[in-house]
Design a protein around this ligand. Sequence first.
Ligand code: 13P
Length: 359
Amino acid sequence: YPYHSPSVADDLIKTAQALVHPKGKGIYATDETPEALEGVFMGSFGVGDPKAGVLLDEDEKKQRRVRWREAAYKAVSSEYISGVILYEETLLDFGLGPILSNKGIIIGVRANGELAPLPPKSTSEFIVQGLDDLLPKLQAARVSGARFSKWRVPIACTDITQGLPSQIALEVQAETLAQYASISQQAGLVPIVEPDVEFSEGATLERSAEVHEKAISLIYERCKAYGVLLEGTLIKPSFPQPGLKHPSRAHITSQEIAFATATVLSRSVPTAVPGVVFLSGGLQSTVATQWLGALNQLVATSLPTSPFSRLPPLSFSFGRALQGDALKHWVKGEDKEVQESFDKWSRACWLAAKGDLAE
Ligand code: 13P
């Protein structure tokens, strides 16, 4: 490996593999910004409920975030969860990483910064900031116990007549992800590149699949240009799917999603990449786990001659789909139900990633 010493390369490869093995294990994403998490808390209380936190000061809000993260990390089991992605605040200020690492769960950190309009002034496409000071930030995260990181880029997706994503946006996102991945490996952290193709518009499944394939292919082209050690990386894509404004969305089947997803991945993800971990992207927990389960069943029943049989482990890196129910119970102080919800959904994700029928 020209850009890495044998021991660093070995470390990156082993960590990447450990995040998707044994088959079924996956990642729990808890890297919402503090502002986004406050929004989720507010939304979990009824409108006008004084407990929602309108009157809390900054310190009280921070204490509430600490309590939620702590409860969540205590509840998750290393039987189903291989890694957890933390927001910088949780890792560096709250110091909650050891709750996870003491259970054998690998700690990751969110690397990407905030969004800014794609120049000159796009309202629908965005660049992702944060490359400038990335190396010291990731080095500090490693000192605090992190072993992997992730960087999300949003990719607009409309029907062909509206023409998004633009070619320039796809190129910028691929370039950013490749630079990030290279810097992350320099800091000794496995990079997870996250192309998040949006589904809010009117694209068909075919159009969404086409955009996914193009975006992912470009990402690997640029990763190779930057000497990224692909064996020590993972990818976190969205599922190709019809947009919310397309009529076919109402009757799309899990099998159709699975076929489109396997086709896209087999065409665009190099076999050197050891695993794929999907984001849930606001899908209902049942839908996200069904799609993942259908995909793994498709792969498991593919003939050895099919390209699908050569795909790497296909697992999850879910945020909302894993914690949504638990959080609704937590804000009401229902501790037993918090534990039950985490058990239920992490087991459902684990079964789906193994290709077992959801129970
Ligand atoms: P969701 O599964 O809620 O989309 O979160 C995953 C994630 O990390 C998004 O960046």
